[in-house]
Design a protein around this ligand. Structure first.
Ligand SMILES: [Zn+2]
Length: 602
């Protein structure tokens, strides 16, 4: 399923991506919380450039006083409560680190330098286009006390959350190297094949990315019994695992996929986790239909970490939650499989394409799982709209093109990536129509899985699906904090016609949907496209097409026949699809008796 030569239907992609395979072993000492690692990593340079260095992430080095993650956490205006000043307070034997002992490349010793959370390896000879190099690494690592995502002993007593745990080769693509220091947020990686052997004391239950291909008992130092299990995973951008002696596993099938739920045996949470299995299976079946088929043989939801964090084929979530919260976090992390694991945009640069698209898919899935016949009109995306609008009005919004680690506040990052990202997708329904939007998302997943697309690739898919031009939309939504604010500025009612005046008050243009409600309860709908869309969405039955609105004009007027009926209200954005930041000026309601008096007095 993975293409190293990338050609989209349009062929506009640069046409290559790097490839890697890891053959790795880790031997964990649970007394010191250290492990010994060895790896043979084969890296194929599919780029047209000759490389003389390769960069690796050493994420565990973030968990020591003075690291960039520590400094950032102590100086940002609104620190993540999970980190705060915990790193600087760690005793040395609870720090995290990875110390490289040896690196060989092309069979020769290679010079290397550890620079915080990044390892730079100078290749003893150049890696030319189309050629491969095998790198042999040996290192010692200390697993940090659990602070953020990975570590030993999380707050629920899970012993090992092993994420961001090994030297991970940085991605090199047509933009260059992506050797981001680990400060705390999003990731990017090369698709690769992993074969990982985990050697742990007997009695530990392991959950991991991939499929277990073997397990055997071995003798450790002083004859202590240990278990070695090997996992294989193909076409994944990362490999994560967790281990705890109290884990129990339940497995349900979703088609050919094994869905594993792994949690500590605990009478207080067991029944929630059993119920979760049913919801998780339904969720996966729903997203398979809604977005496209899940590509891997298994998915594991494991208790661990510090909230919820996605990895290929596995997620670590905290487990002592209400059922609804367990389902919510699981659906979110599972939905990441489509956007983080299979599509895999560079989440550091385009965090909204990962968190936002995931949140959008999550909201749809949650609405499906918890459909409430008593509240059929409840908007599954309402929370995202409200959160984005609140942040915009606060004046602290930052544009979505901001690098995930560089937002001034955690809040601006969170609302931008999750809420505005979700709004960006949902609001396309107001421009291209909900059906074309949904079809575009499916097409995007199908055409761009395993290819690391960027924003323009998504934009082109929506344009091709709808036949409309959308550069204006993505430009404003991604690169600016411009917002939409339209107003019904006036209505003149005559006996046989109503003249409606609209105004654009905000900086961002949007096509508008106008609904006139008549005294007898009937409605008239008008769709008003923008000139620069070069077309309009499919109209609903009976919907009237207004003249294109040239966005530069702050005002717009249209006259509609009343057919002798009295007008009750005039409303913009009745569907709520447009994130109009001042909905209070979107509607004019008439007191019919007053109007009647007014008409008679003239
Ligand atoms: Zn997420």
């Amino acid at each position: 399923m993975l293409a190293t030569t990338v050609t989209s239907a349009l062929g506009q992609y640069p046409g290559w991506q790097q490839a890697v395979s890891y053959d790795m072993q880790a031997t964990l000492d649970t007394a010191s919380h250290q492990y010994q690692g060895v790896a043979k990593v084969t890296y194929k340079n599919n780029s047209p450039e000759t490389l003389d260095k390769v960069f690796w992430h050493l994420f565990f080095n973030a968990f020591q006083p003075g690291s960039m993650m520590d400094v950032r956490s102590r100086t940002i205006e609104d620190p993540d409560r999970r980190v705060g000043s915990r790193i600087v307070e760690l005793p040395e034997d609870e720090w995290g680190w990875i110390h490289m002992e040896r690196v060989k490349a092309f069979g020769q010793d290679a010079e290397f330098e550890e620079d915080g959370t990044v390892l730079v390896v100078n290749l003893p000879k150049a890696l030319r286009p189309g050629k491969s190099v095998t790198l042999e690494l040996a290192w010692t690592a200390q697993v940090p006390r659990q602070i953020r995502r990975s570590g030993w002993m999380n707050k629920e007593g899970v012993e090992y959350s092993m994420t961001q745990w090994y030297p991970r080769l940085c991605e090199f693509d047509h933009h260059g190297w992506h050797s981001n220091p680990y400060i705390g947020r999003e990731f990017h990686g090369i698709w690769g094949d992993f074969e990982v052997t985990l050697d742990v004391p007997e009695g530990y239950v392991v959950a991991a990315t991939g499929v277990k291909t073997s397990e055997k008992s071995v003798d450790g130092p002083q004859g202590t019994p240990r278990t070695q299990s090997t996992y294989k995973a193909e076409d994944v951008i990362d490999f994560a695992w967790a281990a705890d002696p109290d884990y129990m596993t339940e497995t349900v099938a979703v088609g050919d996929v094994d869905l594993n739920l792994v949690h500590q045996a605990n009478p207080e949470i067991d029944s929630n986790w059993t119920a979760l299995a049913g919801y998780a299976a339904k969720a996966m079946a729903f997203i398979n239909e809604d977005i496209g088929p899940y590509a891997y043989p298994q998915y594991t939801v494991v208790q661990g970490g510090d909230g919820g964090m996605e990895y290929p084929m596995i997620t670590l979530i905290t487990g002592e939650r209400s059922l609804r919260s367990l389902v919510g976090v699981t659906v979110h992390e599972m939905a990441h499989s489509w956007f983080q694991a299979m599509v895999a945009t560079n989440e550091s640069l385009h965090e909204w394409m990962d968190e936002g698209f995931t949140s959008w898919a999550e909201s749809r899935c949650m609405a499906h799982l918890f459909a409430d016949p008593m509240k059929p009109s409840e908007d599954p995306h309402g929370w995202a709209y409200a959160s984005y609008i609140r942040q915009h009005l606060s004046g602290n919004e930052e544009p979505l093109i901001t690098h995930a680690d560089h937002y001034k506040t955690n809040r601006a990052y969170g609302v931008g990536a999750y809420s505005k990202g979700e709004v960006l997708v949902e609001q396309l329904g107001a421009i291209v129509g909900p059906e074309a939007r949904d079809a575009a998302m499916r097409r995007y997943f199908k055409e761009w899985s395993f290819k690391h697309p960027g924003p323009h690739d998504f934009k082109r898919v929506v344009e091709r699906e709808s036949g409309l031009e959308l550069d204006w939309y993505f430009q404003d939504m991604m690169h600016t904090t411009n917002a939409v604010d339209y107003q019904v500025s006036g209505v003149q009612v005559h006996n046989d016609s109503a003249v409606v005046q609209l105004a654009r008050l905000g900086d961002m243009a949007m096509p508008q949907d106008l609904t006139l409600t008549w005294e007898d309860g009937t409605t008239t709908s008008v769709h008003i496209p923008l000139v620069m869309m070069r077309g309009h969405r499919v109209l609903d039955d009976g919907e009237i097409l207004g003249e294109d609105w040239p966005w530069v004009d702050p005002n717009y007027e249209l006259a509609l026949p009343t057919g002798g009926k009295r007008l009750k209200s005039v409303e913009l954005n009745a569907s709520g699809l447009v994130a109009d930041v001042h909905p209070e000026n979107d509607e004019i309601e008439f007191n019919l008796d007053l109007i009647q008096e007014a008409l008679q007095s003239h």
